[in-house]
Write a protein that binds this ligand. Sequence first.
Ligand SMILES: CC(C)(COP(=O)(O)OP(=O)(O)OC[C@H]1O[C@@H](n2cnc3c(N)ncnc32)[C@H](O)[C@@H]1OP(=O)(O)O)[C@@H](O)C(=O)NCCC(=O)NCCS
Length: 311
Amino acid sequence: MSGSSITGWGSALPEKVVTNADFESRLDTSDSWIVERTGIRERRFGGTTSGLAVDAGAAAIERAGLEPSAIDLLVLSTTTPDMTVPATSSTVHAQLGCSGAAFDLNAACAGYVYAVVAADAMLSAGIGFTKALVIGSDTLSAITDMEDRGTAVLFADGAGAVVLEHREEASPLVLASDLGLDGSLLSILYAEHGGYMKMEGREVFRRAVRACVDSAFKVLRQAGLTVEEIALFVPHQANLRIVEAVAQRLSIPPERWAIVLDTTGNTSSASIPLALIDAVEHDRLSSGDIVLLSGFGAGMTWGSALVRWGA
Ligand SMILES: CC(C)(COP(=O)(O)OP(=O)(O)OC[C@H]1O[C@@H](n2cnc3c(N)ncnc32)[C@H](O)[C@@H]1OP(=O)(O)O)[C@@H](O)C(=O)NCCC(=O)NCCS
C-alpha cells in the first residue's frame, strides 16, 4: 500500500489587524452584533495572494525539512488571484524555487478541501509526483465593499500551506472524500470581474449547514467510521454559528473543533489550513488521529475529507 502524509505546515497573516471597533467607528454596526452573529472579533487585511502564499509555503517547506526544489507539485487554492493570467501559482512557484508542475484551483471557500484531495490523488496516481505543496491563499478584502456592513465585517486575508509527501509503504492520507456543488445557486454569493462580493447571507447560512452535514455523513459512511472516531473537526471559518449548527447536527462536541475565525475572519481558501495548523501548533493532534475537513463556498461548492494525521 502507498500513501501520503503531511510533513510540513505554515501560515501567513498580514500585519494589519482590523478590530470590530474599527468598523463600529464608520459603519452602522457594533462589536456586540458582529461577535454575537459571527464569532469574529478581529481580522487581518493586506498583502497579496502570491506574497502570503509564498510566506506560508516557505514555512511549510522548511518545517518539512525539504529544499524548495524537492517540491514537484504545487496546488494553490485561491478565489483572488493576483492576475487573470498567468495563474498565481506561477509566481509562487518561481519565488519559492519549486520544481515540476503548478496550478491554481478555484472552488471558492471549499477550495482547500478540493486542493488536498486533488494533490493526494495526483501523488497516488503513479504519474511522477512525489512531494506536493498545497497552499490556500486569499485576499478577500480586495473584493469586499467596505461600505457594506453585511459583508465588510466577515471577509479577510491570509494563507496556510501543507507539504504532502508520498511514500510507498504508507497508509492513505485521504480516507474518504466528497466534493460537490450546486451551480444553480450562483446568485446567492458572487463577485463579477472587478466588482465586490454580493451575498444573501441568510440563504448562504442555511444552504451551508445542510451541505456540510450531508457531506460529512457521506464521508463517514464511505470510510466506515463513526462521528466518535473524529479527533478534530476543521470547518471552514466563516461564522461560528454555522460551525455550531453543523457540529450540533453531527454531535461533535466543541472540544473537538478547530476554531480561529475569532481572530482571522473568513479567509476563504486559507481558513481550513489556518485552523488545522493552529490545532497542530497547540499539540491537539497525534499520529493516527482522524480529522474531518469541511468546507463550503460560492457556487455553491462543498467539500469534506476524512484524513489520517501523520499516517
Ligand atoms: C451575514 C450574517 C452574519 C448575517 O447574520 P443573520 O443573523 O443571518 O442576520 P440577517 O441577515 O438576518 O440580518 C439581520 C439584520 O442585521 C443587519 N446586519 C447585517 N450586517 C450587519 C452588521 N454588520 N451590523 C449590524 N447589523 C447588520 C441586516 O441588515 C438585517 O437588518 P434588517 O433586519 O433591518 O434587514 C449571516 O447570515 C451569515 O454569516 N451568513 C453566511 C455568510 C457566509 O458564511 N458567507 C461566506 C460563505 S463562504
